[in-house]
Design a protein around this ligand. Structure first.
Ligand code: NAD
Ligand code: ZN
Length: 232
């Protein structure tokens, strides 16, 4: 288990041009959440849901990692066993910045998942509605985006809580706290840092020892100095 947890959300990828979730009154790229990322949407809204994630993969292909992804990757390289990099993001920008062992809590856009046997298939940026992908394990054609929808179980939360249990320095970057209660996580650690653009109702920032309301690319160097001092 790691001493430091760096937990990120959509905000860390915002400066790479990937829009955040709640940027426009709860609309993600002009879609209502229940239309494209709620349990059951593949049954009642299959075409639009697949098209939505195909479009996200296309967007991701044209995005590039920013300074915050790269700095986190360097930190992880320097302290592989002491830092856990955990993200709510489904993009691959940490990986493309060279970051190893990224824990994706809500799935991973470059992969599809077999609805029969759970086997994962890496498709990178390919569109599901232009290809006939087949599960390599059971040969089923019933594949879905490897994304956790609201109301579905998130198996990687077990890993998140194990890491939080043991960490003493907790860092939250670019998450609104609407899905994960980052204020509580801050209370569990010895020292905690919050980075967002601005305050919001889902986060009690008085639980954090250091609060940085600025762009992640502006905050990350200061965060890195604190981590390096801490792990010295
Ligand atoms: P959110 O959209 O609810 O909140 C974004 C947070 O990031 C806000 O607190 C905002 O102040 C902050 N922020 C915005 N720009 C920033 C910047 N440049 N620097 C620092 N902070 C910035 O995001 P969430 O809490 O991650 O929840 C959204 C859910 O949507 C997640 O579960 C995630 O799976 C999914 N999602 C993922 C992506 C992605 O993979 N890149 C994009 C959108 C949504
Ligand atoms: Zn299968």
């Amino acid at each position: 288990m790691s001493q430091v947890v760096i937990l990120s959300g959509a905000g860390i990828s915002a400066e790479s041009g990937i829009s955040t979730f709640r940027a426009n009154d709860g609309l993600w790229e002009k879609h209502k959440i229940e239309e494209i990322c709620q349990a059951g949407c593949l049954e009642y809204n299959y075409e639009n849901t697949i098209a939505f994630y195909d479009a996200r993969r296309n967007e991701l292909q044209h995005a590039t990692p920013n300074h915050a992804h790269k700095k986190v990757a360097l930190l992880k390289e320097s302290y592989p066993d002491k830092i856990a990099v955990i993200t709510q993001n489904i993009d691959n920008l940490f990986e493309r910045a060279g970051c190893k062992e990224v824990i994706h809590l809500h799935g991973y856009l470059p992969q599809l998942r077999c609805m029969e046997c759970e086997q994962l298939l890496t498709v990178e940026y390919a569109k599901q509605n232009e290809n006939h992908f087949t599960c390599q394990a059971c040969h089923s054609h019933r594949l879905r985006p490897h994304v956790v929808f609201f109301g579905e179980s998130a198996p990687m939360y077990t890993t998140l809580y194990q890491e939080l249990n043991d960490c003493s320095l907790f860092i939250s970057i670019g998450t609104s706290g609407a899905v994960l209660d980052v204020s509580t996580f801050a209370g569990w650690s010895d020292y905690s840092i919050l980075n967002n653009l601005e305050p919001n109702n889902a986060i009690n920032d008085s639980f954090f020892d250091k609060v940085l309301y600025k762009k992640a690319t502006d905050a990350i160097d200061e965060i890195a100095v604190i981590i390096e001092e801490y792990l010295k």
